[in-house]
Design a protein around this ligand. Structure first.
Ligand code: ATP
Length: 353
């Protein structure tokens, strides 16, 4: 049985339902991210786990215990918010000690645990500083140490990195993941940043208007998106609009060029529109490029992105982007040139919703 179970969770504010019948089991020690655009309901789900919001229906169960009747402070949960919610009038030591004091721990216990926590976030040397004397990244590390000090059953992180600048965001997310794995703590993380979710999660829940469109590992979410929404929200997949040519043969046309899919489209009819997804790294125009499928297109533009060069190709009315790894020996295609893009048919996915 899962460690944290959300069963048929629903939430309405007045007449507006913002979370629809959400079900999920999260395993002990798992790191799960809720990913989605603003307003999709991810924070509301986190707040229901914490007890700050009461579900309109369904239940939150942690380690077999229904949390329904428990207030937030009666739940064994640690939480870190987007805004640095440290107590401004307490130094780092006292901030981290706060929950332990409330729980009635002895001074020796508190000092030991605070020392251990500050060691974990590598800020032992800043124990006497006040929040205003810390950088944003340091404040969030202290907030993390404070949340973990009381040994919660579940750690909830509500966009804890979004107020930080890009470089700190990347290093702190790696640190959070490392600490989470070290402690083996079950963690739920809310973010609207797909790269963040892909890089640190065991599993991702992609939320769309109060529903989970897909739950899967980062690998599954990125490589086999279940819906058009997941495909367009996660990564920079090409969504190509084609037409069904011969359903029984799995044949479609893209910009008038006929190709065969690996996936069955037997349920569709000739002439139906069909949406297909192709990852930019799945195609190549290099001489001798591998792939059982080819499309001819006109180069629209090339942009140098550092480690890769992104080329946009016009195929009929579709624009298809593909990436080539940088290599000083490369000859870049020129705008207006006609080229053949090769890829494996198995990489062209049918988007059904
Ligand atoms: P963000 O990233 O912007 O925080 P989110 O996906 O976390 O977005 P939620 O905060 O869960 O979204 O909000 C989901 C919907 O519920 C939104 O339309 C929001 O306006 C609405 N909502 C949230 N809290 C309340 C409230 N207390 N009263 C009324 N509506 C609310």
């Amino acid at each position: 049985m899962a460690f944290l179970t959300l069963t048929n969770i629903q939430k309405s504010f007045g007449p507006v339902q913002v979370v629809h019948n959400f079900d999920m089991g999260i395993n002990k020690g798992e790191f799960v991210s809720f990913l989605g655009p603003s307003g999709c309901g991810k924070t509301t789900i986190l707040r229901m786990i914490a007890g700050f919001e009461t579900p309109s229906g369904g239940s939150v169960i942690i380690d077999g215990k229904n949390q329904g009747s428990l207030k937030p402070n009666q739940r064994n949960i640690g939480m870190v918010f987007q805004a640095y919610a440290l107590f401004p009038n307490m130094n780092v030591h006292d901030n981290v000690a706060f929950g332990l004091k409330v729980a009635g721990a002895s001074k020796t216990e508190i000092d030991q645990r605070v020392k251990q926590m500050l060691g974990l976030i590598k800020l032992e040397h800043l124990a006497d500083r006040f929040p205003y004397q810390l950088s944003g990244g340091q404040q969030q590390r202290v907030a993390l140490a404070r949340a973990l000090a009381v040994k919660p059953q579940v750690l909830l992180l509500d966009e804890p990195l979004s107020a930080l600048d890009a470089k700190i965001r990347v290093s702190l997310r790696e640190e959070i993941r490392q600490i989470q794995q070290q402690l083996g703590i079950t963690t739920v993380f809310v973010t609207h940043d797909q790269e963040e979710a892909l890089s640190i999660s065991d599993r991702i829940v992609v939320m769309n208007a109060g529903h989970a469109d897909q739950i899967g590992t980062p690998f599954e979410i990125y490589n086999t998106p279940a819906t058009r929404f997941v495909a367009s929200f996660v990564g920079t997949l090409n969504i190509i609009e084609g037409k069904v040519a011969d359903p029984s043969a799995g044949a479609v046309t893209i910009g008038g060029q006929r190709i065969s899919l690996k996936e069955s489209i037997a349920g569709l009819r000739g002439g139906d529109s069909i949406s297909l997804a192709l990852r930019p790294e799945a195609g190549s125009i290099a001489e001798g490029a591998k792939g059982d499928t080819a499309l001819i297109g006109e180069v629209v533009s090339t942009s140098f992105l550092g480690s890769v060069i992104r080329t946009k190709l016009r195929v009929g009315s579709d624009i298809i982007s593909f990436d080539t790894f940088n290599d000083p020996g490369l000859t870049l295609p020129v705008s207006g040139e006609n080229v053949t893009l090769r890829f494996a048919a198995k990489d062209l996915l049918v988007i059904r919703e």
